[in-house]
Design a protein around this ligand. Structure first.
Ligand code: S3P
Length: 171
């Protein structure tokens, strides 16, 4: 009973640069659902940008806020939720994700993500300041957790609209 009642959201997961926000907005529009970006929700609550939170308060505080933002979702109608790439790191988060909704993994190979991250900037864990090898290792380490999703979409070569269509077909 708990499942049918509480699994109402759609969570987009995947590494930084996978397009969770872009696809999430488009998916929400297609479904006529509300869209929530967890990183933006955290920035609003804390009153600082993500890079500022990392710099001034540290990653642990950010991860705490991340879990908190999942817990705060636990009522109201179903939403499309774009998560931060590190959400799968904590066991508690993984449990919350699968309890609260359907988890959709936007899967892209590293060789597609890396140039995007380099071009976009603004991510404390993907600055390239230490070179890209540590970031690639983070990508590799997280793959098994992303793969615990209910749905995995291979996004390579697909436009956001095509990805949305694929998700809607598979839901
Ligand atoms: C992070 C990903 C970011 C943001 C924070 C940490 C990560 O979100 O939550 O910088 O650990 O992968 P995006 O995946 O939207 O870039």
């Amino acid at each position: 009973a708990e499942d049918a009642e509480s699994k109402r959201h759609i969570f987009l997961t995947g590494f930084m640069g996978a397009g969770k926000t872009t696809v999430g907005q488009a998916l929400a529009e297609r479904l006529g659902w509300e869209f929530v970006d967890l990183d933006r929700a955290i920035e609003k609550r804390v009153g600082l940008s993500i890079p500022e939170i990392f710099a001034q308060q540290g990653e642990d505080i950010f991860r705490h806020e991340e879990t908190r933002s999942l817990q705060l979702l636990d009522d109201g109608p179903g939403k499309v939720v774009a998560t931060g790439g590190g959400i799968v790191g904590r066991e508690e988060n993984r449990r919350l994700l699968s309890r609260l909704g359907k988890v959709v993994f936007l899967d892209l190979p590293w060789h597609v993500l890396q140039p995007r991250l380099q071009a976009q900037g603004g991510r404390p864990l993907a600055t390239g300041a230490q070179g890209w090898e540590p970031v690639r290792r983070l990508y590799e380490m997280r793959q098994p957790y992303y793969r615990q999703a209910d749905l995995r979409i291979e996004c390579s070569g697909l436009s956001p609209w095509q990805i949305v269509t694929r998700i809607v077909e598979m839901l």
